[in-house]
Design a protein around this ligand. Structure first.
Ligand code: ADP
Length: 190
């Protein structure tokens, strides 16, 4: 089984690369951002709760995210493995993920981090905001908040996997296919 954490700041291209990876490797995509947006669209209580945080660019509380991921993992059968996209975003989430996977006889194969400079991230998110209909993509201040939250709360997660010898960073600037090839090489080495 291949279980990959695709890591990087907002706008790094995790969603784009995930789509290609699912197609090539037949993995199950688990994007916490997508799951929250689905709840939001369906108007569930979880969606309403998450919206308050998401719209401002803040993180949804760990326990809410962890329960949602646990639910998704235990309700997925016969998977070849998962691509975790946008999760774990805090060290507490990373620790919880290790426990849940171990309980299901699984483990993380590795983390692949997409490295993109801040200025390019901001440009990409603003461009995406023109069509994405996401409140958190539309406003400069919210974009800045998300990047700050990433630096303060999420970046330590890279260290967590580095300490386990599972961290690999890739240049996230360039052609989509070129970046995909580099990610594929790392995956094929697991
Ligand atoms: P991006 O990476 O482009 O910011 P995502 O779709 O991954 O977008 O996440 C959108 C928002 O959803 C985040 O800003 C946050 O509010 C919430 N969210 C997603 N994943 C998590 C998570 N693992 N922990 C806490 N909040 C999350």
């Amino acid at each position: 089984m291949l279980n990959i954490v695709l890591f990087g700041p907002p706008g790094a291209g995790k969603g784009t690369q995930s789509e290609k990876l699912i197609e090539k490797y037949g993995l199950t995509h688990l994007s916490t951002g997508d799951l929250f947006r689905k709840h939001l669209g369906e108007g569930t209580d979880l969606g309403k709760l998450a919206k308050k945080y998401m719209d401002e660019g803040h993180l949804v509380p760990d326990q809410v995210v962890i329960s949602m991921v646990e639910d998704k993992i235990s309700n997925t059968e016969g998977s070849k493995g998962f691509i975790f996209d946008g999760f774990p975003r805090t060290t507490a989430q990373a620790e919880a993920l290790d426990v849940m996977l171990a309980n299901n006889g699984m483990k993380i194969s590795g983390m692949i981090a997409l490295d993109v400079p801040e200025e390019i991230l901001k440009e990409r998110i603003k461009e995406r905001g023109k069509t994405s209909n996401r409140a958190d993509d539309q406003d400069e201040e919210k974009i800045n908040t998300r990047i700050k939250v990433y630096l303060d709360e999420t970046l330590p997660v890279a260290k967590y996997y580095e300490n386990q010898g599972k961290y690999k960073s890739i240049n996230g600037v360039g052609g989509i296919d070129e970046i995909f090839m580099e990610i594929s090489e790392v995956l094929d080495s697991y």
